[in-house]
Write a protein that binds this ligand. Structure first.
Ligand SMILES: [Ca+2]
Length: 282
């Protein structure tokens, strides 16, 4: 299923507060202590012990997969998704210790996506909090007036192998401005689209920043909140986040996915992942 196009999104400015998110207090990093108190830590890794064992897997015991999606032939794609994207264990850049995981799309003609997918169903209950650190390359491309999208998907807080899903979008309405626009876009289980109002935030290129999100899985009154460096940037509540007919779901903790007309390579790194949940407390 194709993601939202920019035309579907309400790109309201920072002062368009009709549906403004209620910001958490400054420096309150992601899921609050109050939320985490009700949960258990079900996974924590600094990626210090892992090695790359295949193009798609690390020697990490949490179920995971790196996906390098093909460009569809209808969109001018020629390959099977391989040969234009990769992942690696990086020993030159780390938030903790000496290792992080690097990801790259370097030839969009061959691979349209580089995505770090985890399969949390066995350890995650109705609510979960995910926290990790991301690093976008200093030369991460921004707005290009000659392409359809002016945004990137950098993660999916939840996805049922398609809808329902939510994606974290970053964009830049003006490459001369030192801010990103952040919003959530996605679909419910019937394919109906949503997009939260965009929020501006200082541009996090060439430095580590913390991404965290809270997800309440419910087929009617779900909720999702996304923070960068502790600032609440997107929130959606009273919304179905589950397909009751498909209990399995995935989280994409890091993802490079963008407009095929943008030929620039893009790199990101991820480190220090923590997952809390209330498994067994529902
Ligand atoms: Ca590390």
């Amino acid at each position: 299923m194709e993601p939202l196009s920019s035309l579907d999104i309400n790109l309201s400015g920072p002062n368009s507060d009709e549906q403004a998110v209620d910001n958490a207090p400054p420096h309150e990093l992601g899921c609050t202590a109050e939320i985490l108190e009700s949960m258990e830590k079900v996974e924590e890794t600094s990626f210090e012990e892992v090695e790359k064992v295949s193009d798609n897997n690390l020697s990490w015991d949490f179920p995971h997969w790196f996906e390098f999606a093909a460009m569809h032939q209808a969109d001018g794609g020629l390959g099977d998704g391989l040969g234009g994207a990769r992942m690696w264990v990086d020993t030159t850049l780390a938030h903790s210790g000496k290792k992080s995981i690097g990801m790259e799309v370097f030839d969009i003609e061959k691979s349209r996506r580089s995505e770090f997918v985890i399969f949390p169903s066995e350890v995650v209950g109705k609510e979960y909090c995910v926290s990790y650190w991301l690093y976008l390359s200093e030369d991460w491309g921004l707005y290009d007036p000659n392409i359809d999208w002016d945004w990137f998907e950098i993660g999916n807080p939840y996805s049922a192998g398609g809808a329902p899903y939510a994606s974290i979008h970053i964009g830049s309405p003006d490459e001369n401005q030192e801010f990103f626009s952040i919003w959530l876009g996605g679909r419910d289980k019937d394919g109906n689209m949503f997009g939260t109002p965009s929020k501006r935030t200082a541009i996090p290129k060439g430095r580590w920043f913390q991404v965290s999100y809270y997800v309440l899985r419910d087929n009617k009154d779900g909720e999702i909140k996304v923070w960068f460096d502790g600032e609440l940037l997107a929130k959606k509540s009273g919304y179905p986040t589950v397909d009751p007919d498909n209990p399995k779901f995935t989280i994409s903790i890091a993802k490079i996915y963008y407009e095929r007309g943008d030929k620039r390579p893009h790199k990101m790194w991820i480190d220090d992942l923590t997952i809390h949940s209330n498994q067994g407390k529902n």
